[in-house]
Design a protein around this ligand. Structure first.
Ligand code: ZN
Ligand code: ZN
Length: 410
């Protein structure tokens, strides 16, 4: 049937032009007629065309193919190189891509000028498919066009295989029991990470961070090159993170394993950081979870210990608490962060404010509010930049002594 379809004077005329240019392999000849009859390989198309041309008295040259320069007769070399590189990775799916060299692109242009490229498929497409099929056969893994775990790139320019390994993403929540730990590493302000006397040559403002504390265990388990922590917002460095914890996603770069027991990993991280930090609810997610947790305007609940410049009566305090309960707060970017954030006015709501402790000049509050409300300034008023504020309503200077995040709704 295929033979009948190809045995057509228009097709044979084109094929004749091609073989008169020089020796050509079955793949490259057949590929120029790929749109004729689906479900068969280009190699078979090429073989049949050569038989038909030989029958018609055409003399076929042998030798290295003038288009692919022998690439298609040497596919196993590429497959072996790919398998060797893939060997250290765990993956379920892959996809093959090709960076075609300049020489092959020129040859293909010549070919298409000659034939008009009416029935042709690009060289790249056949190469990707043929190498993909062979890797599938050798490994039992499957080609996935949508979300492959690994993209195998045949770099014909550099004559080597490159791998593009999809990161692993893990969602979780962290609890921070100790104050003074930032979420991610802060470079030293003096030396910007190079190391100086101020940072004791660590290059960092703080000795450790949530990211660094969990990184070693995770990187080891996944055999990854690097790990990035994406937090759903961040608490102040001096605030603890308690209650249900703060959602985060870690992104693991170049993982060589992707089927790790997350419960065991969780246990290991928590044992390594006993009393300082814990993670919970680890699970595998897709990349889009990063944007989801970063953009989520999650409501937060804080516990705040407040120190007042002078003692106030409990009724006055209760009155201020009542006024703030449910209030919309107008907050201009706090002075302490205005050097790194746009200076603008934000409106954030307080959903619930409860007085949980009181002793004249100190009090303890629980505040449930919109994400992005600066709680320290809600208490101090930040020189009138936050309004209303506890200090403003009481007419007394007020300052946060202790701050804990006890819930992040997400
Ligand atoms: Zn060829
Ligand atoms: Zn430094």
């Amino acid at each position: 049937m295929l033979r009948d379809e190809l045995n057509n004077e228009e097709i044979l005329e084109i094929a004749r032009k091609i073989i008169r240019e020089g020796p050509i392999c079955n793949h490259c000849l057949g590929r120029q007629f790929a749109k004729i009859s689906s479900g068969v390989s280009n190699e078979l198309r090429g073989k049949i065309l050569k038989e038909l041309l030989a029958d018609s008295g055409e003399v076929l040259e042998t030798g290295k193919c003038w288009l692919c320069n022998g690439l298609f007769t040497d596919l196993d070399r590429w497959v072996e190189a790919a398998l060797k590189k893939l060997d250290r990775y765990e993956y379920d799916s892959f996809l093959v891509g090709t960076k075609v060299s300049g020489l092959l692109m020129e040859n293909e242009d010549l070919m298409w000028e000659l034939t008009g490229a009416v029935f042709a498929e690009p060289l790249k497409a056949e190469l990707n498919r043929e190498v993909g099929k062979r890797i599938e056969r050798a490994t039992g893994k499957r080609v996935d066009f949508e979300k492959p775990d690994i993209v195998v790139i045949l770099n014909l320019w550099r004559d080597e295989i490159e791998l593009n390994v999809k990161p692993v993403f893990i969602y979780g929540r962290y609890l921070k029991y100790k104050r003074g730990i930032p979420q991610t590493r802060w470079y030293c302000r003096e030396c910007r990470g190079r190391g100086c006397a101020r940072c004791n040559f660590t290059g960092k403002m703080y000795a450790e961070s949530v990211e660094e504390l969990i990184k070693t265990s995770i990187i080891d388990e996944f055999g990854a090159d690097d790990m990035i922590l994406h937090g759903s917002g961040r608490e102040d460095i001096d605030a603890r993170m308690l209650g249900s914890g703060r959602p985060f996603v870690v992104e693991l770069k170049e993982p060589s394993r992707r089927h790790v027991d997350l419960q065991a990993l969780e246990d290991k991280i928590n044992a390594d950081n006993n009393g300082k930090l814990a993670v919970t609810a680890l699970r595998y997610v897709d990349r889009d979870m990063v944007a989801r947790i970063k953009n989520a305007k999650a409501r937060k609940t804080y516990r705040v210990v407040v120190e007042l410049r002078r003692a106030v009566k409990e009724e006055a305090l209760m009155d201020a608490v009542t006024k703030l309960n449910g209030a919309m707060i107008e907050q201009r970017t706090p002075l302490r962060v205005v050097h790194r954030r746009a200076d603008l006015v934000r409106r954030r709501r307080i959903y619930e404010l409860n007085l949980v402790g009181y002793s004249g000049s100190t009090c303890e509050l629980e505040v449930k509010c919109d994400g992005g409300l600066y709680v320290k300034e809600l208490i101090s008023g930040d020189g009138g930049r936050t309004s209303p504020s506890l200090s403003g309503l009481l007419g007394v200077e007020a300052e946060v002594k202790e701050l804990d995040v006890i819930d992040v709704e997400l």
